[in-house]
Design a protein around this ligand. Structure first.
Ligand SMILES: [Ca+2]
Length: 312
């Protein structure tokens, strides 16, 4: 497996958080000090595999899990599965919030399958969770970190960070940037015509993070639709012939069908483009006032991104 991971990285250096983060810090040669908050979820497993295959660029301090695409026990298991498939047991996994701050929990088993990873068979990973919970870990780590040194990639509902910010607002001192995959604009949402799952699942948490004053980069669904799977790309992944490439290929082959049907796309989203804009010019808002209605939550860019790339 380990032999295949560098090749996997070279094939798609454009994975969601990796490309976003490297684009945001293209000038900086030093590693990105990173915490990944995640609710795997088939797509998150693929993102985690890419990220964990990139130790030269990313110093992943921890994975923190949250209820989202499936229940917390399953997202926590799936994060540990990704860690096991990547042979990165050096990275601790902390379980976090089992439900949203206020609203009733929603899941996405219809998309991700009952176990949260479509297309592959799951098992109980050898290594367990780290002791303690994700919120305490975030508070302790961010409050004692060098000023503005740690980037947080948010791949699911933002409950963990919102709870940490609420309990200890001073932790913003340790945050360099929060990169959120969430919201939808021009392409429409995947839950309602305007709402995207990660924000819809916990709009209060999204609002808390939005209002915290941290530097935010929002990557809405629109951006994820810029690089799609294709037979050629899936073949290149399969040709790597590693355990990791097989997992990624099996997941993508199964997972993309829903997106293709929902959006009428010729392929499913597989990743982010390498020339992704940093989106630092976008201002996002979460419409939590109407959170109980079908129009719920939408990330609203203030201006259309001007340079979204589509590099293969
Ligand atoms: Ca996710």
């Amino acid at each position: 497996m380990r032999r295949g991971l560098p090749a996997l990285k070279n094939l798609f250096r454009s994975v969601l958080l990796l490309s976003a983060l490297t684009a945001a810090s293209a000038q900086a040669a030093e590693k990105i000090d990173l915490i990944i908050d995640t609710d795997p979820g088939a797509d998150d497993v693929v993102a985690l595999l890419f990220a964990m295959a990139s130790p030269e660029e990313l110093n992943i301090r921890a994975l923190t899990t949250v209820a989202g695409n499936v229940r917390l026990d399953k997202t926590s298991r799936n994060a540990r599965l990704a860690r096991e498939w990547a042979e990165r047991e050096d990275i601790p996994v902390y379980a976090g919030a089992p439900k949203p701050i206020l609203r009733m929990p929603i899941y996405a088993e219809n998309i991700h399958g009952k176990e949260g990873i479509s297309g592959v068979t799951v098992h109980e990973p050898k290594k367990g969770l780290a002791e303690g919970n994700a919120i305490d870990y975030l508070i302790k780590t961010l409050s004692t970190a060098k000023p503005h040194s740690i980037t947080i990639a948010m791949l699911g509902p933002q409950t963990n960070l919102a709870l940490a910010l609420t309990q200890a607002p001073e932790i913003t001192q340790g945050i360099k940037e929060v990169v959120v995959m969430g919201g939808a604009h021009f392409n429409g949402g995947n839950i309602t015509p305007v709402a995207e799952f990660n924000l819809f699942a916990d709009p209060i948490a999204a609002e808390i993070v939005l209002k915290s004053g941290v530097k935010l980069t929002y990557l809405p669904l629109d951006v994820t639709h810029k690089v799609l799977t294709s037979e050629a790309r899936l073949k290149r992944i399969a040709d790597l012939n590693s355990n990791a490439s097989k997992v990624v290929g099996d997941i993508l082959n199964e997972y993309v069908r829903g997106d293709m049907a929902h959006y009428g796309l010729p392929g499913g989203r597989c990743t982010m483009p390498p020339s992704l804009p940093t989106c630092s010019s976008l201002r996002c808002s979460a419409d939590v006032k109407s959170m109980w209605s079908w129009t719920a939550v939408k990330a609203r860019p203030s201006a259309r991104p001007s340079s979204i790339g589509t590099t293969a």
